[in-house]
Design a protein around this ligand. Structure first.
Ligand SMILES: O=c1ccn([C@H]2C[C@H](O)[C@@H](COP(=O)(O)OP(=O)(O)OP(=O)(O)O)O2)c(=O)[nH]1
Ligand SMILES: [Mg+2]
Length: 151
């Protein structure tokens, strides 16, 4: 089942001439985000940068956008999204940016229009917190975690 959701998008002057986020295949969950850099952006090993996309979006209420790494960039170059998955709130109207980091051992150059990350739109739930001053409902797992079930 594919559900489409409207996303208003606005291109800022520095994204002039760049393609909008694109789904590369019919079944792609993520649309690729392009770097709206005017000049090459060189990331030395260990260096990070907030890469502009030159785009603003307005998401439908109840939806978020997740900014995720591209597996090709991360597996071939060690370049990833440092806050992955980044969260774009439905009420955010600023420029979409991608906090990239070069965890590889070589210099990596971000060029204009390079597809540096992907964005997945997802519905979210908000918690209605109900504070309890008594033990929470019992469960099989209980307090076990962090490897409690074995390797
Ligand atoms: O990869 C990302 C992550 C976030 N954002 C934008 C959209 C999001 O709505 C806003 C705030 O993100 P977040 O809540 O993760 O950051 P924060 O450090 O908590 O900032 P704030 O105090 O503004 O919420 O920054 C991006 O453009 N790219
Ligand atoms: Mg926040």
């Amino acid at each position: 089942m594919i559900q489409d959701t409207p996303v208003l998008i606005r291109r800022l002057p520095h994204a002039e001439g760049l393609d909008l986020p694109s789904y590369e295949t019919e079944g792609s969950a993520g649309c690729d985000l392009r770097a709206a850099v005017d000049e090459d952006l060189v990331l030395q090993p260990g260096q990070r940068a907030l890469v502009p996309t030159g785009l603003q979006i307005a998401l439908a209420p109840g939806t978020e956008a997740q900014v995720r790494p591209r597996s090709g960039l991360s597996s071939k170059h060690g370049v990833t999204v440092i806050n992955a998955p980044g969260t774009v709130d439905s009420d955010y109207r600023g420029e979409l940016k991608v906090p990239l980091v070069n965890l590889g051992q070589e210099t990596f150059t971000v060029t204009r229009g390079m597809r540096v990350a992907q964005m997945v739109i997802a519905p979210y739930l908000r918690a209605l917190f109900e504070e309890r001053n008594e033990p929470l409902p019992e469960s099989l797992r209980g307090e076990g975690g962090f490897g409690s079930t074995g390797a």
